[in-house]
Ligand binder design. Structure first.
Ligand code: NAP
Length: 427
């Protein structure tokens, strides 16, 4: 564990030293603004440091036996080879979130980054090599998920699957894991409600809601994509939201002051546009955006305007399915019973946001929301020490936190006989 911790610390230092290069590499891969990719690089370094500390402080257990005839202790061992599969939206951070605890737990890791964004994982592997990680403990295998990813998880030596990505892929990988009887962790999609109660601080709530959906151009699993506002505040809230959305700057992700870069690909932009078209067909009114920008400087890129849609029934596709783009659907609610029914009416359960001045109300609401992460008067903030994962179809298992390492270990209990006489049984 000391050697593993030392490698993780050295990697954290190397990441910090190459911060700008790594951020630019990722921006070129997926189009996120530099401010965001710098934060992801910092997050990767922080995750490495955190799991280095877990290595140094991790302990086995000594469960007290209910007999003097033996004593017991329980150790944690590596599962073996881990297949880690990651999506394109936050490469270096989501890869480190799997690599660091897996290595801390003593495993070897094979990483299959998204086909669209393999560069960060490859750069990260080089840094691990430079940090002195023994050869073979970390390998990166870029390529198509349906080919490379599938072959990896089916390989008999792979003993654990750790996946972040869409729910349908997660379901497929879970079926393979079931067939092999190996553990699987799944961090999947979301359609997170962001709730504004009648006593919310309007300005803070508007700013938080805008950040929650439009940062990363909405390409975030935890994007607050369903806005539920108390009817008494609805008109004023939406009016202010329009003003803030109108000031968002779309542009080249390497330029200063840009809020939203392009989406990851033209195909993804088309998919977002198709969701907006379906919302209009189902009776939605577009308050803002709803199309690619007309600015000729952006015409050749896969940009999409920040979009706000209202007037939809909660059954509309745009309210139920993950769009994974800059599209917010806004709906009013009358009371907390209706609010809870609406907020929980989703196959997903990744996150939720609550804006209110009353923490007691927030606490009671939070306990009834079906989501793995609840933000109150903030959104999209992360601590590596706080476990993260989804309810319902948003996932299985938790990443991060001290317990995060347990997802990559198996427990073994050892009994030591303390009897002074031979066993009586055969006499
Ligand atoms: P995706 O299509 O499920 O792909 C994710 C990863 O799985 C990619 O590396 C992909 O490779 C690979 N893959 C695809 N099919 C596979 C198969 N049959 N066997 C093995 N691997 C396979 O998801 P995405 O569109 O890249 O990412 C967006 C999704 O990720 C969204 O649903 C988002 O909510 C979710 N997400 C969740 C979290 C979380 O923590 N809960 C975080 C970020 C993103 P290719 O690139 O070659 O297709």
């Amino acid at each position: 564990p000391h050697e593993r911790a030392a490698v993780l610390h050295r990697v954290a230092e190397l990441i910090a030293a190459r911060r700008e290069d790594l951020a630019r590499l990722q921006t070129r891969d997926n189009g996120k603004p530099l401010a965001e990719t710098r934060a992801l690089v910092d997050s990767a370094a922080g995750t490495a440091r955190y799991f280095a500390s877990v290595c140094e402080t991790f302990e086995g257990e000594m469960p007290t036996p209910r007999s003097r005839d033996f004593t017991t202790f329980s150790t944690y061992e590596p599962v073996g080879v881990v297949a880690a599969i990651t999506p394109w939206n936050s490469p270096i951070a989501s890869e480190m979130q799997k690599i660091a605890p897996a290595l801390a737990g003593g495993n070897a890791v094979l990483v299959k980054p998204a086909d669209a964004t393999p560069m960060a994982a490859l750069a990260l592997a080089k840094l691990f090599e430079e940090a002195g990680l023994p050869a073979g403990l970390l390998s990166v295998l870029p390529g198509r998920g349906s080919v490379v990813g599938e072959a990896m998880v089916r390989h008999p030596l792979v003993r654990k699957i750790s996946f972040t990505g869409g729910t349908s892929t997660g379901r497929r990988l879970a079926a393979i894991a079931a067939d092999k009887l190996i553990p699987v962790s799944l961090e999947l999609g979301g359609k997170s409600p962001t709730i504004v109660l009648d006593d919310a601080d309007l300005e803070r709530a508007v700013q938080g809601v805008v950040y929650g959906i439009f940062s990363s151009a909405g390409q975030a699993c935890i994007a607050g994509s369903r806005l539920l506002v108390h009817r008494s505040l609805y008109d004023a809230f939406l009016k202010r939201l329009d003003e803030v959305v109108d000031r968002l700057r779309l542009g080249h992700p390497e330029h200063d002051g840009v809020h939203m870069g392009p989406l990851v690909s033209m195909a993804h932009r088309d998919s977002v546009a198709a969701y907006v078209a379906s919302a209009v067909e189902e009776g939605g009114r577009i308050r803002r955006g709803g199309r690619a920008p007309s600015d000729p400087a952006l015409a050749a890129g896969s940009y999409f305007l920040p979009t706000v849609i209202e007037g939809l029934s909660p059954d509309a596709r745009a309210c139920r399915e993950e769009i994974f783009g800059p599209v917010l659907v806004a709906m009013p609610f009358e009371d907390e019973t209706e609010l809870l029914a609406q907020a929980n009416d989703s196959v997903y359960g990744l996150a939720a946001g609550i804006w209110t001045r009353d923490y007691r109300r927030a606490w009671h609401l939070a306990s009834r929301l079906e989501a793995g992460t609840i933000w109150v008067n903030t959104y999209k903030k992360f601590a590596i020490s706080a476990p993260f994962g989804g309810f319902k179809e948003s996932g299985l298992g938790r990443e991060k936190g001290r317990q995060g390492v347990l997802a990559y270990m198996q427990q073994k209990s050892i009994y030591l006989g303390m009897e002074q006489q031979a066993m009586e049984w055969s006499r």
